[in-house]
Design a protein around this ligand. Structure first.
Ligand SMILES: Cc1ncc(C[n+]2csc(CCOP(=O)(O)OP(=O)(O)O)c2C)c(N)n1
Length: 393
């Protein structure tokens, strides 16, 4: 099927069975290519159906899809005219592993830094409103990236606005490694409220009737909807701060995804669609160890083993030394912003779990908790954030 799909126009002509076939072909190609080039495999395997659904429902480049971090855009690149260049990804003179406006009109913003997509999309949505442009703006953000302060600041701003912004939350319970923190705990509660889907169906039926009833009834229907949700999920954060929430929806079911995205597309104002995906989906070895396959170098497809053993790098030297020092000095603790592996702190986290703090993708916050308190001194990887960040993307 992939042979017949070069761009989004080709994709839009496919029926539902053909799209499922396409998803399989895309996965095969992602695994093949990244086994030779290295890359962000697990995150891309997780968004195959989501990317197909987004490009089926929306019309890029008029509609804008802002991908948070941007490491999960390989499928988007394949569907927007760059399928034949995928094998050059991250190579000299090849295509980038991240969205690049100079590479394609379908990449609407250059990203790499996490937690920026809602701010960018909100800016675009406000510009649309001023210029009376009707196009949709969509931010696709992972649950990991949602732990970043800027994402929460943007939700705060967007929720109280009337901007037409759609936030698609790609929730796979993973940052690079397991996601952490209160936002993670809140999302877990939402995910496990299965009956909430039924509430959503009621909502859908109510809202579908709304155009017949006029604007007073729109407000009334929204209130009813809000009321129903509040009964089932008290403290429904997204709704409370002003977003219309849809979900959770199975992020590997293209039909359901298209249906919920169409529903979201028919609404005004700030909307959030909560999508549940599996990092590494469809490649068992990556599903079992999504952290390792988040960003991987060349590997053997059958075994998942790296082609060349990882050389001793700066991070491992740093991590080993820190473990050595921390063994002698119990005042040493380590702080990381969702980068335990990338900062060489995995060993430390296993040996000294009580002295290890993963604060989520929150470097600014991490730097601030790096302070003296009596005899305890928080050292560790803070001073290396910028090195580590540059390396990680
Ligand atoms: C500010 C910042 N800190 C750290 C990183 C490194 N980083 C890249 S992707 C990622 C995890 C993202 O998790 P999530 O948003 O859930 O996406 P997923 O890969 O799980 O789909 C991290 C920590 C970054 N890109 N930017």
């Amino acid at each position: 099927m992939l042979e017949h799909v070069n761009n989004v126009e080709d994709l839009k002509k496919l029926d539902k069975t053909q799209k499922i076939e396409l998803a399989k072909d895309i996965r095969k190609e992602l695994i093949n290519v990244t086994s030779k080039t290295g890359g962000h495999l697990a995150s891309n395997l997780g968004v195959v159906e989501l990317t197909i659904a987004l490009h089926s429902v929306f019309d890029v480049p008029q509609d804008k899809i802002v991908w948070d971090v941007g490491h999960q855009t390989y499928v988007h690149k394949m569907l927007t005219g760059r399928k034949d260049k995928l094998h050059t990804i991250r190579q000299l003179d090849g295509i980038s592993g991240f969205p690049k406006t100079c590479e394609s009109i379908y990449d609407c913003f250059d990203t790499g830094h996490s937690s920026t997509s809602i701010s960018i999309a909100l800016g675009m949505a406000r510009a649309n409103a001023i210029n009376k442009i009707k196009n949709r703006v969509i931010a696709v953000i992972g649950d990991g990236a949602l732990t970043g302060g800027m994402a929460l600041e943007a939700l705060n701003d967007a929720g109280s606005s009337n901007a037409n912004i759609l936030v698609v939350l790609n929730d796979n319970e993973m940052s690079i490694s397991k996601n952490v923190g209160g936002v993670r705990n809140f999302l877990t509660k939402l995910r496990t409220k299965k009956f909430y889907k039924k509430t959503n169906n009621v909502t859908k039926k109510v809202l579908n009737k709304v155009p017949l009833l006029g604007s007073f009834s729109i407000k009334l229907a929204r209130r009813i909807k809000q009321g129903i949700k509040q009964i089932f999920i008290p403290n429904m954060f997204f709704e409370d701060i002003g977003f219309t929430y849809f979900g959770p929806v199975d992020g590997h079911d293209i039909e359901k995804l298209e249906s919920i995205l169409n529903l979201a597309n028919s609404q005004e104002g700030p909307i959030l669609v909560h999508v549940i995906t599996t990092k590494g989906k469809g490649y068992e070895i990556a599903e079992l160890d999504p952290g390792k396959f988040h960003a991987i170098s060349k590997f053997n497809i059958d075994t998942g083993e790296l082609e060349s053993a990882k050389a001793k790098d700066y991070s491992s030297v740093f991590g080993n030394k820190l473990v050595e020092l921390a063994t002698k000095d119990e005042k040493i603790v380590a702080v990381t912003a969702a980068m335990a592996d990338g900062t060489g702190l995995k060993d430390f986290s296993e040996k000294f779990p009580n002295r290890f703090f993963d604060v989520g993708i929150a470097e600014e916050h991490a730097a601030r908790i790096n302070c003296r308190n009596g005899k305890t001194r928080i050292k560790a990887s803070i001073s290396r954030l910028f090195f580590v960040f540059a390396k990680s993307i």
